[in-house]
Design a protein. Sequence first.
Length: 333
Amino acid sequence: MRKERIDRGLKVRTEGIYAINSAREILYLMGPRLLLIAGLLALPFVFEFAPYWKRVINIMCAYALLAIAFDFLANYVGLVCLGGAFFTGIGGYFAAIYNVNLGLPIYLSIPLATVSGALLCTFFLLPCLPLRGVYFAIVTLMYPLLFTRIIEALDIFGGTNGITGLDSFPNPYLEHYAIIIIALVFLFGMRRFVNQDVGLVLRGVKDNDQSVKASGINVTRMRIIAVFVASFIGCFAGAYIAHLYMWAGISLFALDFSIIPIASVVIGGGGTLVGAAIGAFILVPLSEILRAFGTFRIVIYCIVLTGFIVFKSEGIMIYLQRKYHQFERWVKV
């Protein structure tokens, strides 16, 4: 008998082709995914008698969507977008306009706000697509601040008071499971998307856009697709938050919606998508727990972030993936 890594008995030639001969090996491959799905679906029941923490779960999933969008743009397309707050603000205001001003029900206002918000965000980011690195990041960071000042100065969309009276979700289970299921759909859908042909082209745009352009592919078009997909995810999160609080105001453009997703990706592990979501699942509840420390919570929060960055700079998910694939079993020689 000798020890052999479990994954070496399963993987054949590439990461996407497997030789499986038992239910145990299937469980080895599907176990982490099933654990994530079951854990998220069970959270509303775990906190059944804690309404405050059930609301935190909803916000946690919304931040997870923003983190996935940031991870996708930064690590698969090469566009470091600091405009997560831009996506949530546009999506939230569109949801308020559709629901309050036009009288559309919630099951129409959220999808319409998601699509129209993504189109508008893509339109505003279109002139920025030739920019790269810190220049693109700075411009996207300015958009939330710009829209905030415009709303305040012109006193439109309710001004500093915002738009109130949005419809709430018909029942609490729909409120909780809508965002959980959508977060899982976006997570696994984006994992599949980045491994398709279009995803491989987007990675090529990130690594060497001149080579992609030389092959006859329109690089600007590919970036437009990527920005639309990311803004689509972010605008859905904003529309959901607006209906969750039954209010849409300039706080939807707050920098928290830009900073926390970035920190989530750093902690969870960039380039994995699921790591971005796990980072949000850690940071959002942590920030709520630390509220008991008052203003001192910022110090603790910074210490935790610094510790993760210094001692686990690769990210939690990449570390766990490596350890998981190092599990060994006894096999006959």
